[in-house]
Design a protein around this ligand. Structure first.
Ligand code: EPZ
Length: 420
């Protein structure tokens, strides 16, 4: 199993190119199930989760090719509509094929995704919305068995909670439904916006894109033509590199990035005394002499993203004062705390609130990654810690960060990927 050996403290300099967004690419790959043509996608991140979902589509009978961040997917001749446990268990976002498969074929079986390290990750809101659209849903032997023999029918959906993949699933299902679907309390994340934009550009009219209220004019099971497009930049990868610069008091430039997707993150960095400047496609972050403590509450977009919580918790460990971070979306997203404590961070947990007493130094140690974003937080802390840190189980990192250690080494970090 691979681990990262990181020597700190280190400072960073130079430029880092941000990859395409994993959380946009996953629903986009599922969306190709609605296409009559071979779909050409550029800026596709080369990460494990993407490979996993492409494999799932191949198991359904799609043909895919992936070369240098460029992907072509043809789903014209699917042979089956069953997403099996062996794949879904490794990547719960596989649930994103449920809406498209059901809407196109009128039946499908998708393994229940199960939970993951950060929480139970239910899909009840996805299923309830599909039932409102006329689907019959049975849960049997660990599978969601969904049928809608006459196709799905437009409905007025109000999500009890804002759900990112739930919104994407229902938008895709509604695209081929008969009649109009409205979704209230819809997710507004940039990744959901891109799915809506691609579908709207194909001729299926969607109103309210970017707002919490979407209206989709379904086309009654007519496959859509999807023109070539590029995946939006990964705002969470970008935020992670911003924190890498901040935690090491470094000045770096991010390229191929959308600063307008990062308002809440840039705002919190500013509150912490870290200045940035940006244009259409780049962000410059300046080294700061010291880091102010901060108060963060994670909420849905455009508020502060839960996927940046762990990284800011690492950063707050070196602030001049006490910070508080409240995690409001997931029930178990503080597993990085005990690992950061091994590096010397002074953090106390009170339910869903972490109190971080900033100190002026961390010390290298062996630590273990537990989930994707927690792993990146450990790498950030290791860059600033005095001595050698070994971050174990970095398969978590490989799921969502493209060439992380290569990009950091290019910025001047002292990192080696080793096997144990
Ligand atoms: C997406 O997960 C992201 N994953 C997550 O990123 C991200 O943390 C999350 O949105 C929140 O922003 C992808 O886009 C592939 P939700 P998702 O449905 O869609 C509850 C990463 O690190 N809920 O928006 O699964 C749920 O329990 C990953 O890249 C229900 O109760 O999250 C949670 O409390 C981690 N019932 C809240 O809603 C449902 O049917 C938000 O979950 C669905 C969700």
């Amino acid at each position: 199993m691979d681990y990262l050996e990181i020597h700190g403290p280190t400072s960073l300099s130079g430029e880092v190119k941000i990859s395409g967004a994993k959380n946009a690419a996953l629903p986009i790959i599922a969306l190709t199930l609605l296409a009559k043509n071979s779909v050409k996608i550029s800026n596709m991140p080369d990460v494990v989760d993407i490979k996993t979902l492409l494999k799932l589509l191949e198991n359904l009978g799609a043909t895919t090719s992936f070369d240098q961040n460029y992907v072509e997917i043809d789903t014209c001749c699917l042979t089956n509509t069953k997403a099996t446990y062996d794949i879904v268990k490794t990547m719960r976002a596989s649930i994103l094929v449920l809406g498209p498969l059901l809407s196109r074929f009128g039946h499908c079986e998708v393994s229940l995704p199960g939970g993951c390290a950060i929480g139970s990750r239910p899909i009840d809101l996805h299923l309830k919305a599909l039932e409102q659209m006329g689907a019959t849903i049975n849960i049997h032997a660990g599978y969601v068995q969904a049928t809608a023999p006459d196709g799905l029918v437009g409905a007025n959906i109000v999500f009890d909670k804002i759900t990112v993949t739930g919104t994407a699933n229902i938008v895709m299902a509604a695209a081929l439904a008969r009649g109009v679907t409205t979704i209230k309390n819809a997710a507004r994340e940039p990744e959901v916006v891109q799915i809506c934009e691609i579908i709207n550009a194909s001729g299926v009219k969607i109103e309210g894109i970017g707002t919490g209220e979407l209206t989709i004019q379904g086309n009654d099971r007519e496959l859509i033509n999807i023109e070539p497009f590029s995946v939006i930049p990964d705002r969470i990868e970008a935020g992670t590199y911003l924190c890498a610069a901040a935690i090491t008091n470094s000045s770096i430039k991010l390229t191929n990035v959308r600063a307008d997707h990062l308002d809440s993150v840039l705002g919190k960095l500013r509150e912490m005394g870290i200045e940035t400047s940006s244009d259409e496609t780049t962000i410059d972050i300046k080294a700061a002499d010291f880091i102010n403590p901060v108060k963060i509450i994670t909420q849905e977009y455009p508020a502060f993203p839960t996927d940046m919580q762990a990284q800011f918790l690492a950063l707050a460990s070196l602030a001049d004062g006490t910070s508080t971070i409240e995690e409001r979306l997931f029930e178990n997203r503080f597993m990085h705390v005990s690992e950061l404590q091994r590096l010397g961070a002074d953090i106390s947990l009170n339910g869903h609130v972490a109190n971080i007493k900033g100190s002026n130094e961390l010390f290298g140690a062996d630590v273990m990654a537990t989930d994707l974003r927690a792993s990146s937080a450990l790498v950030l802390a290791a860059l600033a810690a005095k001595g050698v840190t070994n971050v174990h189980r970095i398969y978590h990192l490989d799921r969502g960060y493209e060439k992380l250690e290569e990009k950091l080494v290019k910025l001047g970090a002292k990192i080696k990927r080793l096997s144990e």
